[in-house]
Design a binder for this molecule. Structure first.
Ligand SMILES: NC(=O)c1ccc[n+]([C@@H]2O[C@H](COP(=O)([O-])OP(=O)(O)OC[C@H]3O[C@@H](n4cnc5c(N)ncnc54)[C@H](O)[C@@H]3O)[C@@H](O)[C@H]2O)c1
Length: 446
């Protein structure tokens, strides 16, 4: 099928490359000329496992193309995906200006019937707005062309985006139109062979499904962080509690790790946006508000541990940070806990020596060159003469480090572990002042 994808970000690029890999003919449109030029040279703007070879292979085969020429993109596809950003507005609502701008562009240039698919995460009612925008623009052109707006939210996880897109758990499609259902079946047939993954529903339910999924996952994280904070105060070990509750099949082990708060481009903004959606219909979303405020406090935790340890005297101290991305296997630093920590440290006049396997360029792009930020070439180099080590992201290479090297390189053996990677009693035995999440240094293994 001929497909056009507007927005070459984490979602658009992965979706486009995966669709091209099964034989669809895909044109990607973005307003960012340098992104398009780089992609044509084989330079992939993001780190995502498996993405580079997939883009190279599909681009070479001619089934994946990149352009800034929106008109050409609109002429190309009978299917038009909208996969542009929906960042938070000032009040936390999803800002639809990019989505509606694409809708307007499509309506300005379309000459033949189109199926317009909202892949971006958008509040309930957005398909109606996109539809109205297209209808108005076509009216202004005094032209009648058939079009349908479909909600098809994306559930990929950064860090596993390619495999999630190739083997989705489910394909949620919001439409009431039978002919569109057939087209969507045809589009996704290569991903639907093993078992039925498509779930058809009405458009509004599809839009809400995406928010409900992300808010559920964010709720699990905030719940565990709240339990961890309680465990700390009550002298319990949250890791034992995690095993204890995860073994209940109704609860399960997935997504119940306590830590230094959720980040990324989705959970924070999607929880906020659903709160705003609820407010607009005069519903007080008490649970969602709590999820957000627990997370906000949790993100301060690493700094609080450091500040308490140094009795509020962080000025002039150098802090090593391992992990800058909001989670492993991505270079995405949007809303990452490491950012919260670094910014608090700089406010306190401390220096940061950081290392991340993939997010160093992104960190440089965000913060530029600063006297109080050193990006170290290796995780060991980040430790040199630092006064403490903080682990913000659970990259595999941080899980079993040589503790003797850490002890030798640091000025003092202080380790703040935002991901509970180590056993408190072992760290104590090695002579570290060790702070984790919800564990307490007195906790011993039975
Ligand atoms: N990142 C994720 O893990 C993820 C997962 C599921 C859903 N989503 C949702 O998907 C959407 C996109 O997220 P993302 O992370 O891929 O965003 P992104 O910021 O990485 O990419 C968005 C792209 O859209 C481009 N763009 C903006 N306006 C445009 C226009 N008028 N025409 C063409 N291109 C335009 C930008 O230049 C950018 O390249 C968001 O709504 C997000 O919530 C993201």
């Amino acid at each position: 099928m001929k497909v056009t994808v507007f927005g070459i970000g984490y979602v658009g690029l992965v979706q486009a490359a995966v669709l091209a890999s099964v034989g669809h003919n895909v044109v990607c449109v973005d307003i960012d000329q340098s992104k398009v030029d780089n992609l044509k040279k084989g330079l992939i703007p993001i780190y995502e496992p498996g993405l580079t070879p997939l883009v190279e292979e599909t681009y070479k085969s001619g089934l994946l193309n990149f352009t800034t020429d929106a008109k050409a993109g609109i002429d190309h596809g009978e299917i038009q995906f909208i996969a542009v950003g929906t960042p938070p507005d000032e009040d936390g609502s999803a800002d639809l200006k990019y989505v509606l701008a694409v809708a307007e562009t499509i309506a300005t240039y379309m000459k033949t019937p189109k199926v317009i698919i909202n892949k971006s995460t958008v509040p309930v009612g957005t398909a109606d707005k996109v539809s109205a925008q297209i209808g108005n623009t076509l009216n202004n052109r005094s032209i009648e062309i058939n079009y349908n707006v479909v909600s098809n939210p994306e559930f990929l996880k950064e860090g596993a985006a390619v495999s999630d897109c190739k083997k989705p758990d489910r394909i949620v499609i919001g439409t009431d139109c039978d002919s569109v259902k057939e087209k969507m079946r045809e589009l996704y047939a290569p991903f639907n062979r093993n078992h039925e993954r498509i779930i058809f529903m009405d458009v509004r339910s599809a839009e809400l499904t995406k928010y409900a999924a992300n808010c559920m996952l964010a709720t699990k994280i905030s719940f565990m962080n709240e339990m961890a904070n309680l465990a700390e105060l009550l002298g319990a070990d949250i890791e034992a509690v995690r095993h204890g509750i995860g073994s209940d099949s109704r609860i399960g082990y997935q997504f119940i790790y306590p830590g230094c708060g959720y980040g990324g481009s989705c959970f924070p903004k999607d929880v906020q946006a659903l709160v705003q959606t609820a407010n607009k219909v005069n519903y007080k979303p008490a649970l969602l508000e709590a999820v957000e405020s627990v997370n906000y406090k949790q993100k301060q935790k690493l700094f609080t541990h450091l500040n308490n340890h140094f009795n509020g005297e962080l000025s002039g101290k150098t802090i090593a940070i391992w992990g800058l991305s909001f989670k492993p296997q991505t270079d995405d630093m949007r809303e990452a806990p490491a950012r919260e920590l670094m910014e608090a440290l700089w406010k306190a006049d401390a220096n940061v020596q950081a290392y991340d396997p993939e997010a160093m360029e992104e960190c440089q792009r965000i913060y530029g060159t600063k006297n109080n930020l050193t990006l170290a070439g290796t995780k060991e180099a980040a430790l040199k003469n630092a006064d403490a080590l903080v682990i913000c992201t659970e990259w595999s290479q941080f899980k079993a480090p040589d503790l003797d090297i850490i002890a030798q390189q640091l000025n003092s053996k202080i380790l703040i572990d935002g991901r509970n990677l180590f056993e408190p009693y072992l760290m104590k035995k090695k002579g570290f002042s060790y702070y984790a999440i919800g564990r307490g240094d007195s906790v011993k293994r039975n």
